[in-house]
Design a protein around this ligand. Structure first.
Ligand code: ZN
Length: 163
C-alpha cells in the first residue's frame, strides 16, 4: 500500500494516485483537471465529479451506439449488407469509438484514484456504476479474454476486501 498522501506531487493534490503511482500520467492529470473544474461549478467533491464524468461519458457512448444500431437496422431494412455499413454511419462510428476511449480513460483514472474502494462502502447502491466503469476500463485496455477474466477477478477481490 502507498504511504504517500493522495495526489502527492501531482496537479490533483489530495485526490487520486501520487506521483510515483501513476498520478502524473497525462490521462490521470487530465481526468482530475476536468473533475476539479466540474466540482467547482457544481459544488460537489472532486471524487464525485470524476464519477459523474465517467457516467456522462458512458451515457454519450451508449447514445451513439443506439443511433448506430438504428442506422444499421434501417440500412439492412433497405436491403443493405449489414457487414458494409453506409458512409453516413462512419462519423458516428468514429465518435462512438472516441467516446468509449474517453470513458475508458476516465474510468481508469477513477480506478487508479481508489474510487472503487471509496465506493466499496456504498456498493449496494453504486454496484452497477462500478461494474460499468470497470467494464469500460477493461474495454479500453483491449485485453485478451483470459487476461480480462484475471483482471476482473483481481478487481472483485479488491472490492470485496474493501468492505
Ligand atoms: Zn503512491
Amino acid at each position: 500500500m502507498c504511504t504517500h498522501p493522495a495526489g502527492k506531487g501531482t496537479g490533483h493534490l489530495g485526490y487520486g494516485s501520487c506521483e510515483v503511482h501513476g498520478g502524473l500520467w497525462p490521462q490521470n492529470e487530465d481526468a482530475w483537471r476536468q473533475a476539479m473544474e466540474l466540482a467547482k461549478i457544481e459544488g460537489i467533491g472532486p471524487t464525485e465529479a470524476l464519477l459523474k464524468l465517467v457516467t456522462a461519458s458512458m451515457g454519450r457512448a451508449a447514445y451513439m451506439d443506439l443511433v448506430l444500431e438504428a442506422a444499421l437496422a434501417r440500412h439492412v431494412a433497405d436491403g443493405g449488407d449489414p457487414l458494409i455499413p453506409p458512409a453516413t454511419m462512419r462519423p458516428w462510428l468514429k465518435e462512438s469509438r472516441q467516446e468509449r476511449m474517453v470513458a475508458g480513460r476516465m474510468a481508469k483514472a477513477a480506478v487508479d484514484a481508489g474510487v472503487m474502494e471509496a465506493l466499496g462502502r456504498r456498493l449496494d447502491m453504486e454496484g452497477g456504476l462500478v461494474a460499468d466503469a470497470l467494464t469500460a476500463a477493461l474495454d479500453a485496455l483491449e485485453l485478451e479474454p483470459a487476461q480480462r477474466m484475471k483482471a476482473l477477478g483481481a478487481a472483485q477481490e479488491r472490492l470485496l476486501s474493501a468492505e
